[in-house]
Design a protein around this ligand. Structure first.
Ligand SMILES: C[S@@+](CC[C@H](N)C(=O)[O-])C[C@H]1O[C@@H](n2cnc3c(N)ncnc32)[C@H](O)[C@@H]1O
Length: 200
């Protein structure tokens, strides 16, 4: 079983695009957006980490935010560029990894990271980096698979890529340690979506 790097998603990009277009993919995008969009500011800077595919970036831009999409995979980024083609205020696209975000601390009013951490080898290290980029009073939206989906934290594989779920308690602990408090969360047996706010 492979571990995640940009090349994994370069190979899996077409399969992921097909998923996004499927009924299940569209339903998930709607549910996710319905939850996060309630809490967005009307303007400001947003960072979508692992935002390959580009659908969330498109919605964030349309909601009035100036968006940066960062992703490790060139093919996923290319897809995001295509999806946002012709947008009035197109996002800025950047190739990079969650483990080395090139922005400094306390920069973004909104940071989103959806369906990414389960592919990251050092998940809590990555989550700490994400949390550091949120500006005081800013919003973090983290959607991820829960540990236990595939047998108490054991990795499984989708799109030919290894995936490992996350423990809810660990997420809360890391966010609190970085000065963010979770104010809303939704979860089912598979997925966890938390919204957290950085201290002012
Ligand atoms: C399952 S897709 C999710 C795409 C999108 N966020 C969504 O919700 O549909 C996972 C994305 O995370 C990216 N990714 C995986 N590991 C990453 C890392 N360490 N740093 C940045 N992006 C990463 C992949 O390239 C891919 O685009």
């Amino acid at each position: 079983m492979s571990t995640s790097n940009g090349q994994d998603f370069d190979r899996g990009a077409a399969a992921y695009a097909a998923y996004l277009e499927s009924d299940e993919g569209r339903r998930r995008a709607q549910t996710t957006w319905g939850f996060v969009s309630m809490y967005l500011p009307k303007a400001g800077r947003a960072l979508d980490v692992g935002g390959g595919g580009g659908m969330l970036a498109k919605s964030l831009s349309q909601a009035g935010l100036r968006v940066v999409v960062l992703d490790r995979s060139a093919a996923m980024l290319a897809q995001a560029v295509r999806v946002n083609d012709g947008a009035e205020t197109p996002p800025h696209f950047l190739r990079g990894a969650i483990e080395g975000l090139p922005f400094g601390t306390s920069v973004f009013d909104v940071v989103t990271c959806h369906a990414v951490l389960e592919y990251v080898p050092k998940q809590m290290f990555g989550l700490g980096h994400l949390a550091n980029t949120v500006a005081p009073g800013g919003l973090l939206s983290l959607e991820t698979f829960r540990a236990g989906v595939s047998g108490d934290g054991e990795p499984d594989e989708v799109f030919g890529i290894a995936r490992r779920g996350i423990r809810c308690g660990d997420v809360h602990e890391v966010l609190a340690g970085h000065g963010l408090s979770v104010f809303a969360s939704r979860h089912d047996a598979r997925r966890l979506h938390v919204l957290a706010r950085a201290r002012r």
